[in-house]
Design a protein around this ligand. Structure first.
Ligand code: 5RP
Length: 262
């Protein structure tokens, strides 16, 4: 990486760095996917190498597994770990109830399985991810490739009776071919603009035969660590509201940050 980090990357970095402090010796930790989660994995790798932190990580994607191994984290499968103390992951949107849209990186299925198998889910996000109402970010829905166009039509038809503003579903592409998830499925991105009743939508989507899982995380997240470009971090707790304001002096003091920024 060269040059200065953008304010958004700094915000992601400080959120990740603060959240890394949640990890303690002996824990089983779900490791999220995406650029913010990648900062977390790097921070945890540094703690393993320099402070002797010992924990086992369960990655939510092949990308995260590769990075985790690269930085020295012991990687195990969810079935080996069985249950996790904590999962730390990014999000595409979060609201005041800490409900989320996830799946921008295409890993929503593993992310939801791993987060649900954890005592605690901590989300790390730059402040731009906070929304009053979920839905400006297209909602990812993982679908079985067999008959995906029929599933797409069924979803679009069903959206007519839902409390949403937009109603189109587009197939996520990777160049000229459909994007394929780690589990061999496709992603439909639902352009809803505003989701009036996220809980209901999540239930309705998951009842459709071709749908594997949707990117709405309802009542799963316990804490959001919000990062700002100037180094500030805030902790929002589902029960207690904002419980911490802090500022990380990352530019001068953080080796990881300066190493990566050089
Ligand atoms: O849900 C995700 C991947 O499936 C990511 O956590 C989400 O897309 C946020 O990504 P980033 O940290 O790169 O902004």
């Amino acid at each position: 990486m060269s040059g200065e980090l953008s304010p958004i990357d700094k915000a992601k970095f400080v959120a990740a760095k603060r959240a890394a402090d949640f990890v303690e010796d002996g824990m089983r930790v779900g490791l999220g996917t995406g650029s913010t989660a990648a900062w977390l994995v790097r921070c945890l790798g540094e703690m393993v190498r320099e402070e002797g932190l010992k924990f086992r990580g369960v990655p939510t994607s092949t990308r995260t597994a590769e990075l985790a191994r690269e930085v020295g984290i012991e990687v195990v499968s969810l079935d080996e770990a069985k249950w996790l103390d904590i999962t730390i992951d990014g999000a595409d949107e979060f609201d005041a109830n800490l409900n989320l849209i996830k799946g921008g990186g295409g890993a929503l299925l593993q992310e939801k399985i791993v987060a649900t198998a954890s005592d605690q889910m901590v989300v790390i996000a730059d402040a731009g991810k906070e929304v009053e109402t979920l839905g400006a970010f297209p909602l990812p829905v993982e679908v079985i490739p067999f008959g995906w166009q029929t599933t797409q039509a069924l979803i679009e038809e069903t959206l007519v009776s839902m409390d949403v503003l937009g109603r189109s579903a587009t197939l996520r592409m990777n160049g000229d071919a459909p994007f394929v998830t780690d589990e061999g499925n496709y992603i439909l991105d639902l352009h809803l603009n505003r989701i009036g009743n996220a809980r209901q939508l999540a239930l309705v989507l998951n009842q459709m035969p071709g749908v594997v899982e949707n990117g709405l995380f309802i009542d799963i997240c316990d804490i959001v660590v919000v990062g700002y470009g100037d180094g500030r971090v805030e902790l929002r707790d589902i029960n207690e509201g904002t419980v911490e304001h802090d500022r990380l002096d990352f530019v001068e003091s953080d080796n990881l940050f300066t190493d990566l920024a050089d």
